[in-house]
Design a protein around this ligand. Sequence first.
Ligand code: CA
Length: 115
Amino acid sequence: MKKTTMAVCVLAAVCVATTLLANLDNQKAFVAKYPDAKASLGKCSTCHVKPLPKKEEHELNPYGKDLLAKAAVDPKAAKKEFKFEKVEGLDSDGDGVKNVDEIKAGTNPGDPKSK
Ligand SMILES: [Ca+2]
């Protein structure tokens, strides 16, 4: 492998890992807040459309969008921290069940097909 190809591969891996680690921090914070939801909701698809999103396809689902818009401590900070309780009373995905009730039930607050 050429040195430039190797450098590009290493850089790409670091970028993916950095994005993944940021999301893992968010997952850890979510699970710390809702320990009973760990098995069903401690994963990427709780806030993202794709189950394991890459940087260019990290589109947020309705719950993730509400978190970013209404619960981020500082929406402009590189590392996001969320006050999850700020969106507990909302029904982000519009399926008739409040986010907090979905989280308690282990269903996805960002997916209307899950309630
Ligand atoms: Ca739902």
